[in-house]
Write a protein that binds this ligand. Structure first.
Ligand code: FAD
Length: 377
């Protein structure tokens, strides 16, 4: 490969931010890193739950990209409109970018049309806008049946629907209306967190203790006024529907010819795509790990090491191991943790850490350390 001078990162989410930070830390101004995102700020996925349940406001959890001040890194607020992976040329609403190394970290988008009626008759809490809308709706819900329903797999952060159901229970209890309400959760898997039987057992027990109905192995196929239709044709009446929309790679990625079966295939050890000098990390890639920020971040670290080895010479990095820890809100001020390992052994494994107040502090530290590393806060 010719000298590497221009590195283009598409998407300033978990993966893109970690990669830009890692490259700046090691290479400083030796290379030009351009980080592109259509938004003006980053929001942690879990902050959407906090916004939805009125625990914070959107303003308080937005991390503005204008605060990024890293040697060698330029942030550009632009929308990517075309990607030519063979030429490593990207078109945005502001012009063209050519790259020596291109990293696609555009995440997963939501496919609302895949679930008829979801947009008209339901609500979703996976986008910032959806979480904000629900923050206005939830205080008025005091009677009837609420469903937390997943419309398709894979979906981001597999524990998040379970967290939503447990936090809804906490919210209704605090408002003194829990006895007038029912809560059901519909998940397409047999258990809430399939790689970790201990975590799943703890969540199923928490549902039972709180009188939350757990409907496993089913997805919501469509939403009609006042009822959800599941993929086996059965129906669940509701007064409030909290949905997880079906996910898919962003349209610009699908149109680029990089995707197969909806996402970008990569070498699971190196995150390289089929196109020389082009990587894909995070939710947009398919490598057999869940769609979660910690995995996007882990993949970004491997790509950062690989780019540094290419620029400076030296050994290629250790292979990506698919390890990560996710925090799980159980409500009532308690947070659990699941440590998962997807790629280093013959099959995925997960270890559960019991909910505790100590893990609340650890989760807070997780967020604030990223804020400091990525945004200098
Ligand atoms: C409710 C909820 C709770 C969650 N909780 C957790 C958790 O506790 N722990 C955890 O690890 N993960 C959690 N997640 C998942 C986590 O948010 C995602 O998996 C993670 O953000 C993926 O990182 P990424 O870099 O692949 O993509 P993203 O962080 O989604 O970043 C992609 C970026 O690309 C940009 N983009 C997309 N298209 C374009 C375009 N055409 N032009 C320009 N920019 C574009 C977007 O604006 C976005 O900033 C949660 C998610 C949700 C919804």
């Amino acid at each position: 490969m010719a000298a590497v001078e221009r590195i283009l990162i598409l998407g300033a989410g978990f993966g893109g931010l970690e990669l830009a930070s890692g490259l700046s830390e090691t290479l400083g101004g030796d290379v030009d890193v351009t980080l592109i995102d259509k938004s003006d700020s980053f929001v942690f996925g879990y902050s959407k739950l906090d916004v939805m349940f009125g625990r914070t406001t959107l303003d308080a959890v937005e991390l503005p990209y204008r605060e990024i001040a890293k040697p060698g890194v330029r942030f550009a607020q632009e929308t990517v409109t075309a990607i030519d992976p063979a030429a490593r040329r990207v078109t945005t609403d502001a012009g063209n970018h050519d790259a020596d190394i291109l990293v696609v970290a555009l995440g997963a988008d939501y496919d609302f049309d895949a679930t008829p009626g979801l947009a008209e008759f339901g609500n979703e809490f996976y986008s910032v806008e959806g979480a904000e809308r629900l923050a206005a709706i939830l205080p008025g819900f005091a009677r009837g049946h609420a469903i937390v329903g997943v419309c398709g797999a894979p979906f981001k952060c597999p524990p998040a629907p379970s967290e939503a159901a447990l936090l809804l229970h906490e919210d209704l209890t605090a408002r003194g209306v829990r006895d007038a309400c029912e809560i059901s959760i519909v998940i397409p898997f047999g258990t809430p967190v399939p790689p970790s039987p201990d975590t799943s057992a703890a969540l199923v027990e928490a549902f039972a203790e709180r009188g939350i109905e757990f409907v496993s192995g089913r997805r919501v196929a469509s939403v009609e006024p006042g009822r959800a239709v599941l993929d086996d044709g059965s129906q669940l009446p509701f007064d409030l529907f909290l949905g997880v929309p079906k996910h898919r790679a962003p349209d610009v990625v699908l149109a680029s010819g990089m995707a197969e079966d909806g996402y970008v295939p990569v070498d699971s050890k190196t995150l390289q795509t089929a196109f020389p000098g082009v990587y894909a990390i995070g939710d947009v890639a398919s490598i057999g790990v869940p769609k979660a920020g910690v995995f996007a971040e882990g993949a970004a670290r491997i790509v950062a090491d690989s780019v540094v080895a290419t620029v400076r010479g030296g050994d290629q990095p250790r292979p990506y191991d698919g390890r990560g820890s996710c925090y799980i809100e159980f409500g009532a001020g308690r947070v659990g943790r699941v440590d998962v390992d997807f790629l280093s052994g013959p099959k995925p494994t997960g270890t559960f850490r019991e909910p505790s107040a100590a893990l609340v502090a650890e989760k807070h530290e997780f967020g604030s350390s990223r804020g400091a590393r990525w945004f200098g806060r």
